[in-house]
Ligand binder design. Structure first.
Ligand code: MN3
Length: 196
């Protein structure tokens, strides 16, 4: 497959003040574009070319193909990252399947705390995730472009903790970014759709 940069599902200024137009312009137009372009160069003529995005992500990890892990992994992560946010997101009112998973995990506050702690605790660049493994919700963190698909779980929510995702708006205050993101931006409908 050929990777393609998607349009953002909202205007650049739609997520302010929690994520600025300037952050989204750089993050989407420059960073995500670079992953798409580098990924396509690596995929061209390779054995992965005919595979689905999810299969490329899993197989690149199994093969320890670092360039593909990072660039195609990041393409997958960002495709969903834009959809995991919306204007007026967040809140404690969760769709049905997610509420059931969250209740079994120990409740909303525990999920929120563990997710934010995972993001704070990811040393350097990476992601914090809610994923489903064996029908149960888990909170995990991954370095660089990796994601839970590579470890055999299904990612349903991920937050980008690379500095390019928050430095313009929050400088070095990653915890503040994570709290604002979780409380004000999460598009729980997309999380629910992935939990299907
Ligand atoms: Mn990013």
């Amino acid at each position: 497959m050929t990777l393609k940069l998607p349009d953002l599902p909202y205007a650049y200024d739609a997520l302010a003040p929690f994520m600025s137009a300037e952050t989204l312009e750089y993050h989407h137009d420059k960073h995500h574009l670079a992953y798409v372009e580098n990924g396509n160069k690596l995929l061209a003529g390779s054995k992965y070319e005919g595979q689905s995005l999810e299969d490329i992500v899993k197989n690149a990890y199994a093969d320890k193909a670092v360039g593909l892990i990072n660039n195609v992994g990041q393409h997958y992560n960002h495709l969903h990252f834009w959809q995991w946010m919306k204007k007026g997101g967040g809140g404690k009112k969760l769709p049905g399947k997610i509420q059931t998973l969250v209740d079994a995990y120990g409740g909303f506050d525990k999920v929120r705390t563990d997710f934010i702690e995972a993001g704070k605790g990811q040393f350097g660049s990476g992601w914090a995730w809610l994923a489903i493994k064996d029908g149960k919700l888990e909170v995990v963190k991954t370095p660089n472009g990796e994601n839970p698909l590579m470890y055999g779980s299904k990612p349903i929510l991920g937050v980008d903790v690379w500095e390019h995702s928050y430095y313009i708006d929050y400088r070095n205050a990653r915890p503040k970014y994570l709290e604002a993101w979780f409380d004000n931006l999460v598009n729980w409908e997309h999380v629910e759709a992935l939990a299907g």
